[in-house]
Design a protein around this ligand. Sequence first.
Ligand SMILES: [Fe+2]
Ligand SMILES: [Fe+2]
Length: 280
Amino acid sequence: MGKISLQDLLKKVDDLPALPSVVKRVMELTEDPNSTARDINEVINQDQSMTAKVLRLANSAFYGFPRRISSVTDATIMLGFQTIRSIVIAASVSKLLSQEVEGYALLPGELWRHSQSAAMAARLIARRIKFSKAEVAYTAALLHDIGKVVLNSYVRETYEEVMDKVEKDKVPFSQAEEEILGFNHALVGSKVAENWNLPPELVEAIAFHHSPELAKTDPVLTSIAHVADFICVTMGIGIGADGLLYPLSPQAVNLLGLEEQDIYQIISQLSDLLVDQDSF
Ligand SMILES: [Fe+2]
Ligand SMILES: [Fe+2]
């Protein structure tokens, strides 16, 4: 099996389910300063399973509200537009990311757990360094490995070849993917994000989550996604076949101003959150 043609790849990307119209509507509404919590409530409530997922997540320990949030309007008021938006995106990709991804040796549910944990880690990092777009960081980390879903069957077929390259040439897994298939999962993931009309800094963060030095639009955002991924791998969450085969970028860590101590603290905060983590 040779390299994938761009045409085949884009077709595969196109074959993925589109973001549901609820998500598109919520994305528009949360961008519009004139919209109200009631507007958002109305849109989300049209989709029952979305409503249930939003409420379940809003009530998870992550947000730590002492009393139950029982309506989408309450959730929107208490969590804010940006958080509701990232919750809705998460709810809409949970199924796609929960499937088995054999090419990367990820059992059903493992990629979802990895993605969700990375998203939480990204939010913790963002809070710690006072990055203003914590919710974009959450979504970037949530979607960082979505390209694996697209490349799954190709990697399954060429796995030996890819691993051979990793071992012989001592290159990160994504570089071996790229040399053998023509594309790595990070770049493919960024094509998915583009297809979904997600903002350019999010597309970039997905594209460069294994090479954050290359980010130009928002290097901090990309570095957060990178470090969040690293933290989850370090904690053994959804490592799969390739997780351990990427270096941590010292530039990314420096750019974020993180000390070793910070990383340890984030790991401990995250493990506390994961104890209660049956959010979806
Ligand atoms: Fe990755
Ligand atoms: Fe990852």
